[in-house]
Design a protein around this ligand. Structure first.
Ligand code: SF4
Ligand code: SF4
Length: 155
């Protein structure tokens, strides 16, 4: 009888020990899923109106990260959201220079510079294909920032 009790206690203790070990290693080697979804969702209005053709803002965010919807795809958010999504797109693509140039621009995507959007302008600027005074909306303030960035990035 004593042997049965002893075996039960030992098995219980072993089970407890392995549960702790497994829990420790599962936490230690956990794959962190930081795919930017939270950032994109936070940039959206969150009204889940469906005007973009997506079932919800989260659905839109998932598609945005896969490149299936454009930066100006959120119809409820307008230019402000398009601006944020343009920055996030650059951030996720890992191009720090693009993010810096974009943040120096007004972000209104008016096309007056000859580029179809601020992102297109920024890309052209980084290739030396747009001048420091190329943005027709930002004028002197933007030009001054672009002069600094041109120097910094040795464009
Ligand atoms: S249009 Fe904008 S607010 Fe409406 S569901 Fe799409 S992402 Fe969300
Ligand atoms: S003129 Fe300026 S604000 Fe308009 S698209 Fe070009 S860079 Fe953007």
């Amino acid at each position: 009888m004593n042997r049965v009790i002893l075996a039960t206690v030992v098995m219980g203790l072993l089970g407890f020990f392995f549960a702790i070990v497994l829990s420790y290693f599962s936490k230690k080697f956990e794959i962190k899923k930081d795919d930017g979804l939270a950032d994109v969702v936070a940039a959206l209005p969150g009204v889940n109106c469906g005007a973009c053709g997506c079932a919800s803002c989260e659905d839109f965010a998932g598609k945005f990260l896969k490149g299936e919807v454009p930066v100006d795809g959120c119809k409820a958010g307008g230019k402000k959201v398009a601006e944020k999504l343009t920055e996030l797109k650059a951030k996720f693509s890992g191009d720090v220079r693009l993010v810096e140039v974009l943040s120096a621009l007004p972000g209104v995507n008016c096309g007056a510079c000859g580029s179809p959007s601020c992102e297109a302008f920024a890309k052209a600027f980084l290739k030396g294909e747009q001048p420091v005074d190329g943005c027709k909306v930002g004028r002197e303030k933007t030009a001054a920032k672009l002069v600094e960035l041109k120097k910094k990035f040795e464009i």
